[in-house]
Design a protein around this ligand. Structure first.
Ligand code: F6R
Ligand code: MG
Ligand code: MG
Length: 364
């Protein structure tokens, strides 16, 4: 068995919240190299999306392993030191806990892990987003694993025709529900359609029970109880064979659907699929970005990455995203560009509202 762990955090932005400094990535690689020498890891890949640092690790210690989580936490601390030296913006911003306590979940970083029996050819795509929040994967995961208009394999591939099972987390009430596609898609959409509260945690193949996808569902604001930036989630998807083909996995991102995030984590905007080198959200601190790193696993070694959105067939999606961005921006501070009031509770807005409380007088 091999475990793929993707653990991420924003430990400081360069410049502002737009991107990451190469020296931070270098330090992360040094920490990972050491863990490789110590045989803690089988392999690793360090990357970034915007101002978020992602540690992609393979090992044989299973999910939620204390040593692996501590390695990630210590790596983020080391990288924070570099960020402080360079006076990068928001150094250590996602490290919410004082000290490591066995598991990085609930401490700020985002986590997506899956333990798998590596197939003859194990195709993996890791999605990483910046300037958005945990539920952003709901629509693409629905399309990949439940929508025959996206995934023709659901109709014509015998090994996919039985459908997939969705584990959906209620991130506010800390509970979960598991629903089956295709027969329960109306029930599923009831929850998944509200991504600020319900996030798809995992998807399973109903025939083999194999895990097909897993995402990070950590909500920073709910952990901290105040605004601390957006979650900037990650999602691991297995592809080919009994899972959707690479093209079926990428297809949902041709529609730059609206997500929450963008400037001050307080706006709706289009999710733009980009090459890694273009994951530097600058316009109004956005628009939100998603990158896709493709790997083949070989005895746990990460063969790759291939930069999956670095392809002219996604130019149109980027162009549409820019057009939507223009249109949304013209709303300025008005909803629905600005998030609805309930969601604004988790931004910096309530502090301002409190100041004006005394100015209200009762209506007749
Ligand atoms: C959104 C984001 C940025 C910041 C904004 C203000 O997720 O990271 O849009 O919210 O640049 O940043 P501060 O408050 O750090 O000056
Ligand atoms: Mg940041
Ligand atoms: Mg970020």
């Amino acid at each position: 068995m091999i475990t793929l762990s993707v653990i991420k955090a924003d430990v400081g932005g360069y410049v502002g919240h737009s991107s990451s400094h190469p020296k931070v990535l270098e330090r992360a690689k040094e920490c990972m190299e050491k863990a490789l020498r110590d045989k803690l890891l089988v392999d690793f890949h360090v990357t970034r999306c915007g101002d978020d640092l992602q540690l992609i690790m393979t090992h044989q210690r299973g999910e939620e392993d204390e040593a692996i989580h501590k390695l990630a936490w210590d790596t983020f601390l080391e990288c924070t030191k570099v960020a402080r030296e360079l006076k990068l913006h928001g150094a250590g911003q996602d490290l919410l806990a004082e000290a490591f306590s066995g598991n990085v979940k609930g401490m700020g970083p985002g986590v997506a892990e899956m333990e798998i029996e590596e197939r003859g050819a194990e195709t993996i795509i890791i999605f990483m987003a910046d300037k958005t929040s945990a539920g952003a994967w709901n629509m693409p995961l629905y399309k990949m694993f439940a929508d025959p208009f996206n995934t023709i394999g659901l109709v014509i591939a015998e090994n996919m025709h039985g459908g997939f099972r969705f584990e959906i987390h209620d991130v506010k009430e800390h509970r979960k529900i598991t629903l089956n596609a295709p027969e329960e898609i109306y029930d599923m959409l009831l929850f998944m359609g509200a991504p600020s509260r319900y996030a798809v945690k995992a998807v399973y193949h109903r025939g083999s029970d194999e895990i097909a996808a897993v995402s990070s569902t950590q909500r920073l604001a709910l952990i901290a109880g105040r605004y601390v930036g957006k979650d900037d989630p990650v999602c691991i998807v297995r592809s080919q064979g009994e899972f959707p083909a690479v093209g079926e996995v990428l297809e949902p991102f041709t529609n730059p659907f609206l997500v929450e995030g963008w400037m001050r984590g307080s706006h709706h905007g289009p999710l733009m699929p980009v090459a890694l080198r273009e994951s530097n959200p600058t316009r109004f601190d956005g628009p939100p970005r998603v990158i896709a790193a493709g790997f083949q696993l070989s005895g746990g070694k990460l063969v790759g990455p291939r930069d999956m959105f670095d392809d002219p067939s996604f130019d149109k999606a980027r162009q549409i995203a820019n057009e939507i961005a223009d249109y949304m921006r013209r709303h300025g501070p008005f909803e629905p560009h600005r998030l609805p009031l309930e969601a604004m509770e988790y931004t910096t807005m309530p502090q301002v509202v409190r100041k004006l409380e005394g100015r209200f007088v009762a209506l007749e």
